[in-house]
Design a protein around this ligand. Sequence first.
Ligand code: APR
Ligand code: PHB
Length: 392
Amino acid sequence: MRTQVGIVGAGPAGLVLSHLLHREGIDSVVLEAHTREYVQERVRAGVLEQNTVDLLSQTGVGARMQHEGLVHHGIELRFQGRGHRIDFRELTGKAITIYAQGEVVKDLIDARLAAGGTLLFEAPVVSLHDFENSSANKSSIRFRKDGSSVELGCDFIAGCDGFHGISRTSIPAGALTEYERTYPFAWLGILAEAPPASEELVYCYHDRGFALLSMRSPKRSRLYLQCHPEELIENWPDERIWQELHTRLARRGWSLTEGPVIQKGITGMRSFVVEPLQYGRLFLAGDAAHIVPPTGAKGLNLAVADVWVLARAIAEFYRSGDRSLLDRYSETCLRRVWKVQRFSWWMTSMLHRFDSDNPFDCRRQLGELDYVTSSRAASQSLAENYVGLPMD
Ligand code: APR
Ligand code: PHB
């Protein structure tokens, strides 16, 4: 088996990359450890930046998103029982779209298969070979399929296999530097058959911890609560979750809509970056290269920004033999990555309660929220980051 670009992982990064390469006339094979159903049904984030929406629309995979996605022109920051709107349209002229990651993944898989693309599911990659030298052109990927071991020869390998994938760890120790911060809390998230009680997302700071009201459709709410990182979901029957959400999200004249809980889980929070994003002919993209805490809703959008840069660089190489964009891949992506890391860390730090905080820290957080919601310059800074910084 042979292709031009071997892609490990069929998450948003791997699928968007394969789609963009196809549009440039470049052949790729996507290898995914799990089933198609698994990658489509995984409950993940659901906020698309304007950049992501534009890219999907302009490359022909945006039709269902445009029809079913919910376009939001702002968010609410809620603290001390009062709501403050950040108006994206007025501050940036841009918007965000609520459309679940699973739906983006479904649309991309449909488009790749309709175009005759090769996506292999239940095909876990076990090892990567001969990618160390950036001038040789016979790298290979070994994976398992239906009980046998198969080898895929390729010019380039794209490691789009998430934080726990094999690509990053295949690079020799010492070649990469890791930057990391973990947070002393996690998010307990539920998906509920309940019409969202607010038209826009509500990010809420409360003495008892952060809460977030989000949604998936006019009938489905997605809600989160800050909790202890070692918290067990068994300790949180639905009634306790609703009670805590009511308490934290309370606002005069407003109430939360309840409904049957159809999914619940706890997700840890971390900030992580590896540098560089390239080793020889292996390029890391998306969660394989960096993780952001979910507070700014940036994970998927950052993965899309990476592969947009990578697809352009690979296309330029095949078109003209010029590798300068490939050589700059890591540097180009890292500039955006660090700005997005800063924003996600800042939103997280402003909105969560830290065990180590003293009353001074809590007052400082309230001072910051007051500033962000009352200064046009500060609101605009939040807004321009939230809707997405311009693509390079
Ligand atoms: N072989 C093949 N596939 C693998 C392997 C392997 N050895 N290891 C991991 N994978 C697959 C996973 O099963 C997963 O489907 O790689 C895929 C990686 O997808 P994501 O984790 O979704 O990562 P990414 O595409 O970078 O998307 C980043 O999606 O996961 C969210 O929070 C994340 O929103 C962010 C965005
Ligand atoms: C979500 O809808 O899942 C969501 C929304 C906003 C965030 C994180 C997650 O910041």
